[in-house]
Design a protein around this ligand. Structure first.
Ligand code: MRU
Length: 366
């Protein structure tokens, strides 16, 4: 995607294995600041405090975190420790486990002297493949937008939640890939961006990247989504996922479930964009997906920019009130019209996923 008109990835290795450059997403939309990760601990910290976030980018950062760790010490115990440290950063996005298991499977059998180079190569492959998966999701998902445009001959209103765009991946995004593809194809569209309390990934990140790319969009309070659907102002909802269970249940940012309920009640198609690494074949349904509980301060405080340009945090709630912060919810498959994957669009069912991924489904049954 473009930043100031220049195609840019969200993560990239620096020359000579000297570090990994990321965008510090905690500073957006007010400041675009790149940051260098020099060590395993830098990578783990960046994932935990959400300098990088979004399931695919968490996986990509973890892969580079392993490479950074092995640059210091390429022993097998260091590999194990690095994977354990990174796995403990955030529990819900299964891309994290997927990337670490991939790194471990590739690197553990190698002699120590080959591990470091192989780790950097494998992390780069994880990133390159992510871009290809997302482009394919974009091509398939764009057809949903195109079909709607052909039916109505007016600009298509897509609603999304949180940020499952370019910033959540290495490039393109998952839920926003169909939007970018349709935009590039000249299909008139507009995106409703729900702010996504408490961390406001919609208002801060999705709005920012759509604006950078010139895609028409409007930010709404989360609570406005049902009203807009009732009044025919939403043609299609597309969200991302942190983990899809084998039966098509999806875990995504808190508030996704409410959007799915409202969409169901109003006959609005509700799709989740799910690349292969986000499918957890070991999870029969969504009931066992671990839901991250984040700090109460993310609910009690808001970050924003004052009139003088200063970025500051302000308290929103009474000092004596407690706050709870479940970061994800599970949307049952029955509320999901379909899953947009890199292999095509399928029903949110075990059979639907199994037809697209016969090899994984067979492995699960074995
Ligand atoms: O807490 P976050 O910002 O990491 O949550 C991100 C989401 O919920 C995204 O929708 C999901 O990871 C899919 S990203 C392509």
């Amino acid at each position: 995607m473009n930043i100031h008109g220049t195609p840019t990835r969200t993560i990239r290795p620096l020359p000579e294995q000297s570090g990994v450059e990321i965008i510090d997403q905690t500073l957006l939309p007010h400041r675009l600041q790149f940051r260098i990760l020099h060590s395993l601990e830098d990578a783990a910290e960046a994932i935990s405090v959400m300098r990088v976030r979004g399931a695919p980018l968490i996986g990509a950062t973890a892969a580079y975190g392993v490479a950074l760790a092995l640059t210091e010490d390429a022993s097998e115990s260091r590999l194990d420790d690095a994977c354990a440290r990174l796995l403990a950063t955030r529990p819900t996005a299964v891309n994290l486990r997927w990337a670490l298991e991939r790194m471990q499977a590739r690197l553990a059998p190698l002699p120590a002297e080959q591990r470091c180079d192989a780790a950097w190569t494998e992390a780069a492959a994880v990133c390159d493949e992510d871009v290809l998966l997302n482009q394919a999701i974009g091509r398939h998902g764009m057809e949903l937008i195109r079909r709607r445009y052909q039916q109505s001959s007016r600009s298509v209103n897509v609603m999304t939640h949180c940020n499952a765009g370019w910033l959540a991946t290495v490039d393109w995004g998952t839920a926003l890939a169909p939007v970018y593809s349709a935009f590039e194809a000249g299909i008139p569209l507009h995106v409703w961006v729900s702010e996504t309390r408490p961390r406001n990934q919609g208002a801060a990140l999705t709005a920012w990247e759509l604006a950078q790319h010139g895609v028409p969009h409007t930010v709404i309070a989360d609570n406005a989504a049902g009203h807009l659907m009732q009044h025919g102002q939403v043609d299609l909802v597309i969200v991302g996922a942190d983990r899809a269970a084998a039966n098509g249940d999806i875990a995504n940012k808190i508030g996704t479930y409410l959007k799915a309920l409202a969409a169901h009640d109003n006959g609005v198609p509700f799709y989740a964009a799910v690349p292969g690494p986000t499918i957890d074949w070991r999870m029969a349904d969504g009931s066992g997906i671990p839901i991250e509980q984040r700090a109460a301060s993310e609910v009690t405080h808001l970050q924003g920019q004052a009139e003088d340009g200063q970025v500051m945090s302000v308290r929103l709630t009474p000092a004596l009130s407690g706050a709870a912060n479940p970061a994800f919810d599970v949307t049952p498959a029955r509320l999901v019209s379909g899953l947009i994957t890199e292999r095509g669009i399928c029903p949110a069912t075990r059979e639907g996923l199994g037809q697209l991924y016969p090899e994984a489904d067979a492995g699960r049954s074995a």
